[in-house]
Write a protein that binds this ligand. Structure first.
Ligand code: CUA
Length: 381
């Protein structure tokens, strides 16, 4: 009896909670209203079965409860009932799966005139790539991936020269234009997910997976990784900014192309022979190109990351209480692996930038040149 009451309460509370729930989806910001329809279909079908099965148990518990003088009847088969159950379950399962197959077929078949965006995932950060004025994404291969070429761009493919490479976790997209997303992973399984777009896709190492969507609402949206991909999975976040076509075009042309990135690598190598000032100048150019100033200032004011003014020569306290002197070795190790040690008061959110050895030297020399009094004597070539 108490079990019947408990089950009945569970049905009433579950249905009641569904309608009073504060946990609704975010306002939709893409064309995929059909994703929400799919969820509704699933919820209604599973909801109906949930209520029916539990109500059946409640009724059975009440009707066939133990009474003196009653005996249970042994009935091993009931063909009619079995056919009914098989039929109902088949219809239910087909109704759950079939509509989704149609939506999925459309989801991976882009309309014409899409803008292609490559999403390149690695533990634990996002990179993005767009075609340049030539309109084609150049070919890539893991064989080409190095600190000089983090995207693995094929240096022999002329289509890749003008491709825009975005190494910060913020990407912009134009409003009301279909976007085809092409995903690659550098290491393990990740999943590109922007909840308001109702769009996501597993990123499988060794292959390119794809889907398309049209952003229909301007704004800033979080990019999440939706596959548990290691220790830093929760920090694998990014931002997509949806804005009008003109603002998007302006943003895109401010990004570095593959050719510019290669030129910077060469300039850094050339600066290596030119003394501290040349190195620091090249380091400043590099910091601007890589977006370092989004998080670090050079005037002493704090931002997401520590200011570079007076950083060199300072003693930093780590989150674990230990201390470390900021010298060349410290900076090189930190930039190469930014989350290995966490500085007290800062979140471990700095992305890993792949830099050539010489690029790293220019950057460290630049930070050194902004250092305190202790640093000036250290700024030797
Ligand atoms: Cu990448 Cu989780």
């Amino acid at each position: 009896m108490s079990l019947a009451i408990a089950l009945f309460l569970i049905i009433v509370l579950a249905v009641g909670f569904h309608f009073a729930s504060p946990w609704w989806t975010t306002p939709i910001a893409s064309n995929w209203v059909r994703m929400d329809d799919m969820l509704t279909i699933t919820l209604v079908i599973t909801g109906v079965f949930f209520i029916a099965i539990n109500l059946f148990i409640v009724i059975a518990l009440l009707r066939y409860r133990h009474r003196r003088g009653h005996r249970a009847v042994y009935e091993p088969h009931n063909r009619r009932l079995e056919w009914w159950l098989i039929g109902l379950t088949s219809v239910g399962v087909a109704a759950l799966l079939a509509p989704g197959l149609f939506v999925y077929a459309d989801y991976i078949r882009p309309p014409r005139n899409v803008l292609q965006m490559e999403v390149f995932a690695q533990q634990w950060q996002w990179r993005f790539r767009f075609a340049g004025p030539g309109g084609k994404l150049g070919t890539t291969d893991v064989r080409y991936i190095s600190n000089d070429n983090p995207f693995g761009m094929n240096p022999g493919d002329p289509n890749g020269r003008d491709n825009y490479l975005i190494e910060t976790p913020e990407v912009h997209l134009p409003l009301n234009r279909p976007i085809q997303v092409l995903t690659r992973s550098r290491d393990v399984l990740h999943d590109f997910y922007v909840p308001p777009f109702r769009a996501r896709m597993n990123i499988v190492p060794g292959m390119v997976t794809t889907f398309w969507f049209t952003p229909t609402r301007a704004g800033r949206y979080d990019i999440l990784c939706a596959q548990l991909c290691g220790l830093g999975h929760a920090n694998m976040r990014g931002v997509v900014v949806v804005e009008d076509e003109a603002s998007f075009a302006r943003w895109l042309t401010q990004q570095s192309t593959f050719a510019q990135q290669q030129a910077r690598v060469q300039a850094a190598a050339a600066a290596a022979g030119g003394g501290a000032q040349a190195l620091a100048n090249q380091g400043k150019t590099l910091a601007e190109a890589k977006g370092c100033f989004a998080c670090h200032t050079v005037d002493g004011s704090p931002r997401v990351g520590p200011t570079w003014k007076g950083l060199y020569g300072k003693t930093e306290t780590m989150a674990d209480g230990s201390t470390a002197k900021v010298d060349e070795a410290y900076l090189r190790a930190f930039i190469r692996n930014p989350t290995a040690r966490v500085v007290k008061g800062f979140a471990p959110i700095m992305p890993k930038f792949d830099l050539s050895e010489q690029e790293l030297t220019t950057l460290v020399t630049y930070i050194q040149s902004l250092g305190g009094s202790a640093a000036t004597s250290a700024a030797q070539p």
